[in-house]
Design a protein around this ligand. Structure first.
Ligand code: HMG
Ligand code: MG
Length: 296
């Protein structure tokens, strides 16, 4: 199995969904622990409206406090021009734009129809590229929508095409509410990769029904080499009711190492970072590997 890139999204996808808002200094400490564990791709925050996601209102301050570390790439989510302008004033190296394959989730999440979203994102990508920054795209609700149920694949395929035309370098396919099963993932990827090169795709699986890790495995089998995970398995979209956390980074690292894939991540140190996160949030985090280490 060739190399797999793990994009650690816990500081963004994870903390955006937590009731307890962590102090910026604690987020910084957590980031440092993740880096010490060997995590290099970190989506650290988002520059969305602070009223919509108060947990990440300290985005600029956090980024200003983060260490410069060789080989480490800080990424952030931006919804629109205003968000990009805020992010461009920081040291964030890469941006991610986002929209949904289903109209209703898009509306609830970013307050726009899909049709009105495209020009907003197009402007963001153009501006970011002009500043020499790479842009990643997220498509949410690819495998199901909390408001509309099943989402036809042609919607995802069309959005992927448009995102690539805009100039995004990679598209992360979101199982936002964790409804996908391995069979579902295989079928959708087989169909989608007839139109979109698999090298342009990443997998972003939420674990609401306990299928995130096995879905990630199937995505690997289908040729996907970039997976999004969160420390401890926290996460969820505040505008997707019922969404649980992402596949846990610990669990994916354990599985990949068992398959002979060197992730460069030290599992003990990663668990230490998650223990710190759990203690700071005042809760037990869902990762199975983490729970095993805590019990040992
Ligand atoms: P809106 O209210 O429609 O914004 O929100 P607007 O464009 O009408 O502007 C209203 C005011 O907000 C203006 O200020 C703007 O300047 C300001 P005023 O002139 O009234 O003083 N404003 C901003 N301020 C700071 N930062 C900004 C910004 N934009 C406008 N970026 C908006 C539209 C997109 C901003 C809002 O809906 C929003 O912030 N939504 C974000 C929701 C979110 O973060 N959801 C979770 C992330 S997505 C996710 O988790 C899924 C993913 O993980 C993949 C998966 O799992 O599927 C990625
Ligand atoms: Mg997500």
């Amino acid at each position: 199995m060739p190399e797999v890139t793990i994009v650690e999204v816990g500081l963004r996808d994870g903390l955006q969904n937590e009731e307890n808002i962590l102090p910026t200094a604690v987020k910084k400490q957590l980031t440092e622990k993740l880096i010490a564990a060997g995590v290099t791709q970190l989506e650290v925050t988002s520059f969305v409206h602070p009223r919509w996601v108060p947990q990440l209102a300290d985005a600029a301050e956090l980024v200003s406090m983060l260490p410069k570390a060789p080989g480490v790439r800080y990424r952030a989510l931006v919804p629109n021009r205003k968000g990009l302008e805020r992010a461009l004033d920081t040291r964030v190296e890469e941006f991610a734009i986002f929209l949904s394959a289903s109209e209703t989730h898009n509306q609830k999440n970013i307050n726009k129809s899909l049709r009105d979203t495209y020009p907003v994102l197009e402007e963001v990508v153009q501006m970011a590229l002009a500043h020499g920054k790479q842009v990643r795209g997220y498509v949410s609700t690819v495998f199901g929508c909390p408001y509309e149920g099943d989402v036809p694949l042609r919607k995802t395929a069309e959005i992927c095409r448009r995102l690539l035309e805009m100039g995004v370098y990679e598209i992360s396919l979101g199982d936002t509410i964790g409804v996908a099963t391995p069979h579902h993932v295989k079928e959708k990827l087989k169909a989608l990769t007839k139109e979109i090169p698999v090298g342009k795709l990443a997998g972003h699986f939420h674990d609401t029904r306990g299928t995130a890790l096995v879905n990630a495995y199937v995505a690997l089998e289908e040729g996907v080499r970039v997976l999004d995970t969160s420390f401890g398995g926290i996460g969820g979209c505040p505008y997707a009711p019922g969404a649980a956390g992402n596949a846990a980074t610990e669990d994916l690292v354990y599985m990949l190492e068992g398959m002979g894939v060197n992730t460069g991540i030290d599992l003990d140190k990663l668990c230490e970072a998650s223990r710190f996160a759990g203690a700071s949030l005042g809760k037990t985090l869902p990762s199975k590997v983490l729970a095993g280490r805590l019990a040992a």
